[in-house]
Design a protein around this ligand. Sequence first.
Ligand code: BTN
Length: 327
Amino acid sequence: MLQTDVLSVLDDNRGNLVPGGELAHNLGVSRNAIWKAIKSLRLQGNDIDSVPNKGYILDPESDGLSKPLIERRLKTKTIGKSLQVLPSVTSTNLFVQGLPSDEATHGLVVVADGQIAGRGRMGREFLSPLHEGVYLSILLRPHMPFDTLQLITLLSAVSVAKAIESVWSFSPDVKWVNDVLVNKKKLCGILTEASVSSEMQLVDSIVVGIGINTGSVPESLRSIATSTQQVVGKKGQRNNLIAAVLNEFEARYDQLIDSGPQAILEEYRERLSFVGKRVEVVTPTVTYELIISGIDDTGSLIGVDSVGNEVHVRAGEIRLIGDGDHV
Ligand code: BTN
């Protein structure tokens, strides 16, 4: 498709002028056809400047979501091979869960430019303003034991942290179980939802929902939340980041299936924040006060309570005690 080809050439030359005549010649179409393609690409949110009689430049910070720009960076075999990029949805997780079964195939990824009712953990809302974040859901049909779900959550958090590191060159931490942090502020949240086949206790499908803040953060949330823009001072790179997340995710998912969880657990432990700190761990039934010592091989949090007992917590949320503002 001409628009995709034009965008690919401009993307390869980001920040540099590409003469209209050269584009037309190389793509075997008229200059007028190129101009029409540029107009459509602009409407899709790509910042393309035209310099009269010289050519076109794709702004290095252009940040419009683009299926072709994501696809040309994907190195995966299954994750994201079926990819939907949508302008705005209620929630990408809900969208995937509502798809008919013939469309809901393993590896499907749905990305949205904004969410009207982004869902967070524990029934909370996940603020998802238009153009200001990466909001995506990955569908898996793994037929694996229910216990493995925790490992999927851990590998998702590590994959996001690694993807951010490769795109923006700073190194986020993970907060048990599945928040990605930088400077103790939340940069990304992950909501993993599963349906289980009751006879065998096998997971039938999993939707991994990932929300990364990439743009402005409301003043009222700046003490606890951050974004890639807040950290590096510029916008852009959402397509790159999405592809990097999917590439990192598939590599670790395959590793889990082929060789087990050890490598993922090691990576997670290297990034685990608040080790040695006193935290409150809120679970559906009990609240503990623990000093964090790590995670065990199932992904449960290990902490030591006030009388020195080691406690393993399977599910819950942690809150740092007595350290000013924090997530
Ligand atoms: C949390 O931090 O509580 C989890 C937030 C998860 C947000 C993502 S954004 C994409 C996907 N769709 C949703 O509705 N939620 C997840």
